[in-house]
Design a protein around this ligand. Structure first.
Ligand SMILES: NC(=O)c1ccc[n+]([C@@H]2O[C@H](COP(=O)([O-])OP(=O)(O)OC[C@H]3O[C@@H](n4cnc5c(N)ncnc54)[C@H](OP(=O)(O)O)[C@@H]3O)[C@@H](O)[C@H]2O)c1
Length: 265
């Protein structure tokens, strides 16, 4: 059955590779990027490479939460249902550490933006056929400081990245519990895959980006993951694993969600 799929941050890296692989199966793919020209060029490239005309996209800079809200409105207007959402857009190194709203850029792009987007389009996802939400976490996870999340503490790049990725995994577990009719899977796609983020941040890679593409593809459509909601998939071990212990408890998750809702409302 052909699915309707939205992949954020699909103008490059593993998001783009995953979009191409899913497009080759004939699904309707909605791409997303922060740069309109790059997005248009990737849409044409995927249409041709996959021989699939059903490729379109949305532009929004996820470091601007107003832009995220605007994109969510567009998604709600243009789509009648959404079967698969892959929250993939992410940032590690950035010339600008803080957003205009005062958030650490990693918390904004990697956690607050997908949180806001998903919540705003949840009714559309609920109309999907066996809907799935795949959230891109990482092996890099660190205890979340609610003060840092609120932008009241300045933190180093790696600290911001790791905290944002644990926050995303914690929220995924919460979302899965809150909505048993959805399949929500947080994933570490594999460490040091060959993408721009890794080249800019570390200067070397350990594995091909195809490793990340293949697990995102499987999590999105493979039957075997249909009942894996709320479980964290760690592609470094190729199996389900545990998130950082600091986030793996109800109290910490409750405090995170309460703070996030307070910030976003
Ligand atoms: N690569 C790895 O080893 C690895 C490991 C663990 C987790 N991950 C996660 O996997 C996801 C994809 O990463 P990747 O390695 O494929 O990185 P990438 O090649 O740098 O791709 C990141 C994507 O996110 C988009 N993006 C970045 N900042 C954005 C913003 N402010 N607003 C909107 N879109 C934005 C980028 O847009 P542009 O095309 O405009 O740059 C690009 O499409 C990320 O969430 C990352 O944290 C990656």
């Amino acid at each position: 059955m052909k699915k309707t799929i939205l992949i954020t941050g699909s103008t490059d890296g593993i998001g783009k590779l995953t979009a191409l692989k899913l497009a080759q199966d004939g699904h309707a793919i909605y791409l997303h990027g922060r740069n309109a020209e790059k997005l248009e060029s990737v849409i044409s490239e995927i249409k041709t490479a996959a021989d699939n005309e059903n490729i379109t996209g949305f532009v929004a800079d996820f470091s601007d939460l107003e832009a995220v809200k605007k994109m969510a409105q567009e998604v709600n207007q243009q789509l009648s249902k959404l079967d698969i959402l892959i929250n993939n857009a992410g940032v590690y190194k950035s010339r600008v550490a803080k957003t205009a709203d005062g958030y650490d850029i990693r918390f904004a792009v990697n956690y607050l933006a997908p949180y806001l987007m998903t919540k705003a389009i949840l009714p559309l996802i609920k109309k999907g056929d066996q809907p799935r939400i795949i959230n891109l976490s990482s092996a890099a996870q660190a205890p979340v400081s609610l003060e840092a999340l609120a932008g009241h503490q300045t933190i180093a790049d790696m600290e911001g990245y790791s905290q944002s990725k644990l926050a995303l995994a914690m929220w995924s577990i919460h979302l899965a519990e809150e909505h048993p009719d959805l399949t929500v899977i947080p994933v570490n796609p594999g460490s040091l895959l060959n993408t721009n983020m890794v080249q800019e941040g570390w200067g070397f890679h350990r594995s091909s980006a195809d490793k990340g593409r293949d697990i995102l593809y499987d999590l999105a459509v493979a039957e075997k993951f249909k009942n894996a909601s709320g479980r964290y998939f760690d592609n470094d071990i190729g199996d389900f694993g545990d998130i950082h212990s600091a986030g793996d408890n109800k109290e910490a998750i409750h405090a995170l969600i309460e703070k996030t809702d307070a910030l976003l409302n």
